[in-house]
Write a protein that binds this ligand. Sequence first.
Ligand code: BMA
Length: 408
Amino acid sequence: MNLSDSFMRATALLILGVFFVGCDQQSAAPTAAPSSTEKHYSHKLSDKNASPETLALYNNLAGLRGKQMLFGHEDSLAYGVNWEGDLDRSDIRDVTGSNPAVYGWELGGLELGHEKNLDGVNFKQMQEWIKAGYSRGGVITISWHMYSPVSGANSWDKTPTVHELIPGGGKHEEFKAYLDTFVAFNEALASTDAAGNKNYIPIIFRPWHEHNGDWFWWGKGYVSEQDYISLWQFTVKYLRDEKGLHNLIYAFSPDRSRIDLSKFDSDYLYGYPGDEYVDVIGLDNYWDLGHQANTASADEQKAGFIASLKGIVKIAQRLNKIAALTETGNNGVSIPNLWTERILNPILADEEAKQITYLMVWRNANTAREKTVQSYAPYPGQATEEDFKAFFAHPYVLFESELPELYR
Ligand code: BMA
C-alpha cells in the first residue's frame, strides 16, 4: 500500500466516520433524555408557572394510569393504633416493610397559630416528616379542616362563614391571614441548592373537601354554590397568583355519599370551580366500603364503588386531568379481605376504574389517646393483615419502596 493509497483510505474513513457520527447525533437528538424543563408533557396544570418537579409529578402520575396505582395513608408517620411518639414508624410499614407512597397531612389549627394540628400532630415535626417522605420519593397531599374565622369554632361548625371570607366579605382580611399561615408552612418546607435556588416540595393541595356534604361550614346548606366556587377560586388565585406558590396541584374532592350514581356528572360537579382551578378529579368514598349508614348489600356496594371510580375517570379523561380516590377506607377495617376483594380485584377488573392514579385511606387514630376506634389501615395483628400483604405484593399497587422517579 503506497502513501497516497493509505492517505486516500484514511480520508475516506474520516469522511465515513464524520458521516456516521453525524447520523448518530441526528438520530440521537430527539430521543436524548430531555431536562425536566424541556420535557414535553401532555398534561398541563392549572398553574401555568408550576415548578418543573410539580409538573413532572403530575405527568408521571398520569403516565402510570392503567398500569399502576399509588397507595396512600393519612398521618402515617405520626402515630398508629397502638403507638405514639416514635419518629420513624408507620402502621403500614410495620405490616408491609414499606411506607405508603402517598402521605396525607392535615393543617387544621395552623391558621390559629397552634403548635399542633387538631389531631395533636406537631406542625414542626410534620414538616420534618413531609421533607423526609419527599426525599424518599413519596408524594405529599395536604387537607385543611380550617376553623371558622366567623365563629372561631372548628370545621364541623355550621355557622354560615364562606360569604364573609370571599372578596367583599367582612372576614376577608382574616381569611387571607389564615391562608398566609400555609404560605409560611410551605416556605419552611423548601430547601436551597448550592446555586441559591429554592426548591419547593410539590404538594397535592386538597382544600374545601366534601363540600357536597353538610358536615363542614363550607358544606351544602351553609353556603351557596356560587359562594363556594368563589371561595375555591379565591384560594387558588391568592396562593398561586398573589403569593406565587408554584408547587401546588389542586385536588377537588366531593363525597360519594351525596352523589346519585344515576346522575353522577351533575352531582359530582356541584360546586366545581372550573378547569383552570382544578388538577385532580378526586373523590372521597367511604360510602361503598361498608359505611355504617349504607344499607346496600356488599355486592351493591362493590358495584357502587366501581361506578363511582368510573365516574371520576371519565370526567378526568374528558378534561385531560388525572383522577384519584382522595380519601377512602372502612372504619375499623372490619370487612374480611377488604383490600383484595372489595378494593383491588374490582378495580383490576374494570379498565376505566383502573385509571385512577392513587387511593388514600384515612388515619389510624391512636386508641389510647383519642379513646375511640378510628382506623382505616391494618397494623400488626389486625384482622386484615394478611390480605393487606397480598394487596401490597400486587404489582399494580405501589408503595414507597416500589416507586419510580416521579419528580423528573
Ligand atoms: C376527620 C376525622 C377527625 C379528624 C379530621 C382531621 O375525618 O378523622 O377525627 O380530626 O379528619 O384529620
